[in-house]
Design a protein around this ligand. Structure first.
Ligand SMILES: *[C@@H]1O[C@H](CO)[C@@H](O)[C@H](O)[C@H]1NC(C)=O
Ligand SMILES: *[C@@H]1O[C@H](CO)[C@@H](O)[C@H](O)[C@H]1NC(C)=O
Ligand SMILES: *[C@@H]1O[C@H](CO)[C@@H](O)[C@H](O)[C@H]1NC(C)=O
Ligand SMILES: *[C@@H]1O[C@H](CO)[C@@H](O)[C@H](O)[C@H]1NC(C)=O
Ligand SMILES: *[C@@H]1O[C@H](CO)[C@@H](O)[C@H](O)[C@H]1NC(C)=O
Ligand SMILES: *[C@@H]1O[C@H](CO)[C@@H](O)[C@H](O)[C@H]1NC(C)=O
Ligand SMILES: *[C@@H]1O[C@H](CO)[C@@H](O)[C@H](O)[C@H]1NC(C)=O
Ligand SMILES: *[C@@H]1O[C@H](CO)[C@@H](O)[C@H](O)[C@H]1NC(C)=O
Ligand SMILES: *[C@@H]1O[C@H](CO)[C@@H](O)[C@H](O)[C@H]1NC(C)=O
Ligand SMILES: *[C@@H]1O[C@H](CO)[C@@H](O)[C@H](O)[C@H]1NC(C)=O
Ligand SMILES: *[C@@H]1O[C@H](CO)[C@@H](O)[C@H](O)[C@H]1NC(C)=O
Length: 849
């Protein structure tokens, strides 16, 4: 328990607002489910409630069932708005001021509006932060949830989030501005207060709120049989920290003797819950000069505040936070000198809720909301576009920048029925790197404000028949520099008239990866101590003849003397050993098992792997040995599938996940049965993952390296996917990732060029030309191209690749009879035609099922 502070002796005069027909400034009162533009007047407060129509664009209006609509029920509970679709639906309350404090209250009365007799449960969020859980026990009770929070921008969003039972709905939504000086230490930008209880002790009415409380807090009557009640007709001066209304303070409880304490008890089923209790007291009795009312406050028996003597007709407060219990009691006990029992006029109990979720950058939010409104995008977009990630908008991808503020990086409005011109708000999404506007009815120019998108690497306006295809100068330059992939053309989604323009639109950056240099040094095995790893244990084998007993293939992936010395430390060695030990515990059919490592006197390290007699996949595809066995198409598919499974295991099954970082045909090894296993994975953190240590960085191999690495300096799962895409193409074509011709050209670009002018036969390894299945080859090429998209977010994940490769294999096994009788010429023609007008987007392959 932590004592925060104790009472303030500064007072202010509180003006009760004279009741008028107008709602006080800043009050937002919404009667949810009312027809558009209509209003209702609340019988309790005389405040006008408006329809929720202008605050939300999702949901359906209902009236509660007639048998619940009794005469006593307040009008605002007669209608509800219900949210059968979408997981998260949000109200947006605008015209607030950033940094100001608000009380927000949401009211729910089920009233069997949906005729399902199923009061639902659901969560409520305030903006990007969890607020609470609504779990309605009955159909006729009106329940409200209230929170005191600080707005971090000029609007607040109140979201209903579907849970396991029933459909979320809402009856009433109210927002009241609070002075920032109120609840000052406890409700701020990083924490808010969720109301548990707010009681007026010995109240004169069951419930007191606006206009008696100018902030429209709801104070409820609270009594205990053992207490004694006193009251006054004199005004009690409110304090400035909580502005407790005089009416609330005019009634109070004491006990019958000084021996008896005033106790307030509550419980919680979660001992991590942090409670804030605020006690309000004031002397409201005329006391003789000799009398003394003095008391201490205990929290679960521990002294929290001592020797409090209330001042006559002035509001005072005491508060403390309470946690790490499930049962709580606040006790007011008279001190030994006191002649009178303790007094308590009112109290409030809150749960302290952290509000540390960071919303999307406000400029992005404003821009995407403009876009949403302008085109009336109907994708169920509601709330924050990026946060929390599980509710991020469909078609929107975000990344978090180093300052932790999420930004929008991908916007996919493909097939959204957009009409009209491209609006300037697109230019405000300044961190966008992919914009997909394909298959809409957009017209006009590609405006110059798109030049503001300086990170754009992908722009797709395919399938907008009346849009100009001239890029503004900035983007044109980006395209010329190979930094932008621009797709256009095509009339509509379902009929693709052929188009004779053939342009190469696939731009692939060929990274000149002078990034890292792997110094290959053979370990001098004879002079080294060898460590074999078994069951995570090290067994030291000093005797080098042991080595010869093992069939060993030494991966000379030597962390050189320089490398270890430059990290100059035990630390470096220790990290290396920890990683090696970790790797030795990873076992998968498609991963080369690590047996041990060796270290020579110079500090040179080598890893020792199981011997793979088949050598590397590269040798089969492009080896020097002209007599080497040619892998059949089916074998190639098997190998690719196995390699993909190995990578999938690294990405998904290892904890922490392992990014290979150097996927290439040389690192796919084959055993004598031509089973593929991935080698050289996992030596990551200590030695590879840091651009600032250029000299000791090993980050991929030129030709296989994720083009995004240039800008992000970071290798991710999707970098492996990129590299694997290159491997796929290599296996189909048997060509190296960078083709040496008159000009050096990247394999992906070469394949694309071939596709636009010819057929699969121009691409496929000439050694298997008359023995491959065109459908599956087509599919593999398509997959490869999707892996090699510049924007990592657009690339598939390994699990997708595994399942697609399985399909390919099935295709081959299933159609082998057809293949034996020769390929059908029609399937070749289809491939050719699609390729020809596939200039604007990669074509879908021939339909095979
Ligand atoms: C509501 O009021 C707005 C503005 O006055 C008006 O444009 C709109 O048509 C009204 N809606 C209905 C349903 O009356
Ligand atoms: C609301 O207004 C009516 C009529 O003006 C009045 O009789 C009633 O007392 C008011 N209620 C409150 C709570 O002020
Ligand atoms: C909010 O209040 C809590 C508790 O008083 C404090 O720890 C936190 O630093 C405050 N946050 C800000 C942004 O002032
Ligand atoms: C306050 O609550 C007590 C106990 O429930 C009840 O006896 C009393 O009548 C209530 N006072 C008012 C004004 O409703
Ligand atoms: C307060 O005023 C009411 C009516 O004006 C009166 O009946 C009551 O006795 C007064 N209470 C006190 C404590 O003076
Ligand atoms: C309160 O305590 C005093 C002294 O300890 C005792 O004499 C008295 O009987 C007690 N009164 C009650 C009501 O318990
Ligand atoms: C208990 O409260 C903590 C902190 O508010 C929260 O993180 C946790 O999920 C809660 N546990 C349960 C079981 O609700
Ligand atoms: C009680 O009164 C005595 C005598 O006036 C004083 O010395 C003592 O400090 C007081 N105790 C408290 C807790 O105020
Ligand atoms: C877009 O950016 C321009 C300045 O480039 C600014 O004036 C405008 O307010 C922004 N619009 C939105 C919706 O953020
Ligand atoms: C956009 O979504 C469509 C389908 O909804 C998909 O085919 C397309 O690949 C997506 N575009 C990007 C850039 O992710
Ligand atoms: C194409 O757009 C231009 C204006 O950008 C317009 O004048 C023309 O009518 C449009 N044509 C069609 C077929 O929509």
């Amino acid at each position: 328990m932590r004592v925060l502070c104790f009472r303030s002796l500064v007072f202010i005069q509180l003006l009760l607002l004279v009741l008028s027909q107008d709602n006080p400034p800043g009050f937002i009162s919404i009667d949810c489910g009312l027809p558009s533009n209509s209003t209702s007047v609340d019988e309790q407060t005389n405040l006008t409630h408006v329809s929720d129509d202008q605050f939300i664009d999702t949901g359906v209006n209902y009236e509660i069932a007639p048998n619940y609509a009794t005469d006593e029920l307040y009008t605002k509970y007669l209608t509800v708005r219900s949210f059968p679709s979408g997981t998260r639906n949000c109200y947006t309350l605008t015209s607030l001021s950033a940094g100001s404090k608000y009380l927000v209250r949401a009211g729910f009365l089920y009233g069997n509006y949906d005729n399902k007799n199923n009061p639902p449960n659901f969560d409520i969020h305030l903006g990007v932060n969890y607020w609470g859980s609504v779990d309605l026990p009955d159909a006729d009770g009106a329940y409200f949830h209230e929170i005191i929070a600080t707005a971090t921008s000029n609007y607040l969003q109140i979201c209903l989030v579907k849970k396991d039972r029933g459909t979320p709905f809402i009856s009433v939504l109210e927002l009241r501005p609070l002075l920032t000086t109120l609840y000052n230490d406890d409700a701020n930008a990083t924490q808010s207060l969720v109301l548990s209880a707010r009681f007026d002790i010995g109240a004169r009415s069951q419930e007191l709120r606006y206009p008696h409380d100018p902030y429209d807090r709801i104070w409820r009557n609270y009594t205990m049989e053992t207490w004694r009640y006193i009251e006054t007709n004199s005004t009690v001066q409110p304090d400035k920290d909580f502005a407790t209304p005089s009416t609330v303070m005019q009634t109070a409880a004491t006990t019958s003797s000084t021996n008896q304490s005033l106790d307030i008890s509550w419980s919680s089923d979660n001992e991590s819950t942090v409670f804030l209790i605020i006690l309000h007291f004031s002397e409201i009795q005329e006391l003789p000069p000799t009398a003394l009312r003095q008391f201490d406050i205990f929290g679960n028996g521990v002294l929290a505040l001592n020797s409090i003597t209330p001042i006559k007709l002035y509001s005072e407060w005491a508060k403390y936070t309470h946690t790490w219990h499930t049962e709580y009691t606040a006790s007011l006990k008279a001190t030994s000198n006191s002649t009178l029992p303790p007094i308590l006029n009112a109290f409030e109990l809150y749960v302290v809720r952290p509000t540390t979720g960071i919303p999307t950058y406000s400029g992005d939010v404003a821009a995407i909301n403009k876009i949403k409104a302008n085109y009336q995008v109907n994708k169920g977009w509601s709330g924050d576009p990026c946060v929390p990630t599980e509710f991020s908008w469909t078609g929107v991808t975000c990344t978090t920048e180093s300052n932790n503020i999420p930004r929008i990086t991908l916007l996919n409005l493909s097939s959204c029925g957009l009409t009209g011109v491209i609006v300037s708000s697109f230019g405000n999404l300044s961190t966008l790197n992919s914009l997909d506007l394909s298959y809409n009815d957009l017209s006009g120019d590609l405006p110059t404000f798109l030049d503001q998108l300086s990170a754009l690497t992908y722009l797709d306006v395919t399938g907008n028949s009346n849009i100009s295809t001239t890029l503004p100068p900035g983007l044109q330059q980006r395209k010329r520099d190979g930094n932008l992939m621009f797709r256009f053309g095509g009339a509509s989604r379902y009929s693709r008239p052929s188009n004779n323009k053939t342009k190469i639109l696939l731009a692939v950056i060929i990274p000149v990866a002078a990034v890292g240099l792997l110094l290959l040094l053979a370990c001098l095995i004879k002079r080294s101590g060898f460590r074999r790893l078994a069951n995570g244990e090290e067994i030291r084998n000093k005797n080098s003849t042991d080595l010869e007993d093992l069939e060993l293939f030494i991966m000379v992936n030597c962390m050189t003397a320089r490398k270890l010395q430059s990290s100059s430390s035990r630390q470096g060695t220790r990290e290396f050993l920890a990683e090696v030990r970790h790797l030795s515990r990873i076992h998968h059919r498609n991963l080369v098992p690590l047996i041990g490592y060796c270290k020579d006197g110079l500090g040179c390290m080598a890893l020792v792997y199981e011997y793979m007699s088949g050598g590397s996949l590269r040798t089969y595809l492009r080896g020097k040995d002209r007599n080497a066995r040619v892998l059949s198409w089916e074998e190639r598919l098997h190998i690719l599938l196995e390699a993909a499974q190995g990578l999938l295991y690294l990405h998904r099954e290892c904890a922490p996940p392992i990014i290979h970082r150097d996927v290439k045909t040389e690192n796919i090894l084959l055993n004598h049965m031509l089973e593929a296993k991935i080698a050289d994975f996992g030596l990551s953190k200590a030695f590879r993952d840091n651009c600032t240590h250029m000299s000791i960085t090993v980050a991929g191999t030129p030709g296989y390296l994720d083009p995004e690495y240039n800008s992000s300096c970071r290798l991710t799962e999707k970098s492996d996917v990129y590299s694997f895409g290159v491997v796929l193409l290599e296996v189909v074509t048997a060509k190296p990732p960078i083709i040496d011709g008159r000009n050096k050209i990247h394999l992906t670009l070469w394949v694309h060029q071939q596709l636009t002018k010819g057929s699969m036969d121009d691409i496929v390894d000439t050694r298997i030309l008359d023995r491959y299945d065109v459908n599956s080859a087509w599919k593999v090429v398509q997959l490869a191209m999707s892996c090699c998209l510049e924007t990592s977010a657009q690339r598939p994940v390994m699990s997708h690749l595994v399942s697609e490769l399985k399909d390919c294999l099935e295709l081959v096994l299933g159609t082998s009879s057809v293949m034996d009788s020769g390929r059908s010429s029609s399937s070749r023609r289809i491939a050719f035609e699609v390729a020809k007008n596939g200039e604007s987007s990669l074509p879908d392959g021939p339909s095979v099922r």
